[in-house]
Design a protein around this ligand. Structure first.
Ligand code: KG4
Ligand code: ZN
Length: 405
């Protein structure tokens, strides 16, 4: 079957069409069309994501992205008859999304629509104004295409993103086998969670951050160093340079000492806000004596910060693997684009848990995307999830900023 999926939870607007078969036991996926617009440039000058700005950008970009994903999929069909009642209902649903109703209708009046069997959309968690745009758009499409709508939890999307072997268009998915119980480490700009899963759709959060998410800490430390949003990749690049140049060894007098928060707290929780504050104080202390940090100091700070974050993530994951006897370790979320953290997890598995299978998504599916929402939507659809909505029922669906797994 073919699934049209929509993601607007934060600052990526994404629409894709995937084909899936094999059911929940051995699903096989193929990306037919994937269109993504990253709003990074829009938000970077503000140092973070502005919810109302994200909302407006989503509304502007959804129809062009739907058009692109549909063209790439190469498979279209005629739209069912649009009655006056249907049109009025869609108008009401889209009434708060600036320009979206007009853009959608000028699209469907001049084009065929994608040939799909259901629609999947991120209902939460995320920035609520941003989520609403995708949810409203998906509701409108469900009515117009007369197809069922599957609400998807964004975090489940990050978990199942490991099921796609390659994110390149037209590539056959060879589904890696997930053995349960599986432990999922979810690390993104909004979340840091350890989730124990006994089976698909059965999740228990066993640990999470008590304050900032790990990606948020990367972004805040980057801002302190006057690096633009998103800071993760930039901090990581500096840290890499510091390691390559062996700066900690060459300039030990300039080294930084940052805490490893909650390393020995005895539970699976995390805290990154104190680490960010420690960076702030350390930088302020040095700036008492001079105008600005040198390049060397900045690189060394990035390395020490990345080391601190990685040590905590590894220690907690190790403890959770020990105690849960998990057969798979799934890692998802934007922060796993970080090579240093990826390698550290790989080493942990090879040296300490050789019988545990490590599953990490391909780089293009680590940060937010709609392919993972389509994958999650398929698994919910084939398991006849009671939350699936028929077109006549979609009005009830809302965006849920704080949705939990
Ligand atoms: O999953 P994602 O795209 O969005 C959320 O759902 O939050 O994650 C984005 C986060 C940002 O905080 C970004 O700085 C971080 O992932 N990130 C990284 C790297 N690439 C992205 N953090 C550390 N190292 C990276 N290479
Ligand atoms: Zn995410």
């Amino acid at each position: 079957m073919r699934i049209l999926s929509i993601e607007t939870s934060c600052d990526e607007t994404a629409v894709s069409i995937i084909e899936a078969e094999g059911g929940i036991i051995s699903p096989v996926y193929k990306i037919l069309g994937n269109a993504l617009y990253s709003q990074i440039d829009v938000h970077s000058e503000y140092g973070g994501v502005f919810p109302m700005l994200a909302k407006r950008e989503h509304a502007k970009n959804l129809v062009p992205l739907l058009l692109k994903a549909t063209e790439l999929s190469g498979s279209t069909t005629n739209i069912p008859e649009i009655t006056v009642e249907k049109k009025e209902l869609v108008k009401t649903i889209l009434s708060k999304e600036e320009g979206l109703f007009d853009a959608l209708f000028s699209y469907i009046e001049t084009h065929e629509v994608p040939d799909v069997d259901c629609i999947a959309v991120t209902e939460g968690p995320g920035l609520e104004p941003a989520l609403w745009v995708g949810v409203s758009f998906a509701k409108a499409l469900s009515i117009l295409l007369d197809k069922p709508l599957v609400p998807v939890n964004h975090m489940e999307g990050h978990i199942v993103s490991v099921l796609m072997s390659d994110g390149v268009e037209g590539t056959e998915g060879i589904t890696p086998q997930v053995s349960f119980p599986a432990l999922a480490l979810l690390i993104s700009g909004g979340h840091t969670e350890l989730v124990l899963s006994e089976d698909w759709h059965k999740y228990k959060i066993i640990g999470q951050t008590v304050d900032d998410a790990v990606g948020e800490a990367f972004d805040k430390v980057a801002r302190l160093l006057h690096l633009s949003y998103p800071g993760g990749p930039k901090i990581s690049k500096l840290a890499k340079e510091s390691r390559e140049l062996e700066l900690k060894k060459q300039h030990s007098e300039l080294d930084w000492q940052l805490p490893r928060p909650m390393l020995k707290s005895g539970d699976f929780n995390f805290s990154f806000s104190g680490l960010k504050t420690a960076v702030l104080y350390a930088v302020h202390n040095r700036l008492k004596e001079k105008e600005a940090l040198s390049d060397v100091e900045q690189k060394m700070l990035a390395e020490e910060f990345e080391n601190a974050v990685t040590e905590v993530l590894i220690e907690k994951t190790k403890k959770a693997l020990d105690e849960t006897q998990s057969e798979s370790l799934i890692v998802g979320g934007g922060v796993i684009a970080n090579t240093y953290i990826r390698n550290a997890l790989q080493t942990l598995i090879t040296t300490k848990f050789p019988h545990t299978k490590l599953l990490i998504p391909t780089i293009d599916l680590t940060t937010d995307n709609s392919v993972m929402i389509g994958i999650a939507g398929y698994l919910r659809y084939v398991s006849q999830d009671p939350r699936i909505l028929q077109p006549s029922e979609v009005s009830a669906l809302t965006a849920k900023g704080n949705l939990s797994l």
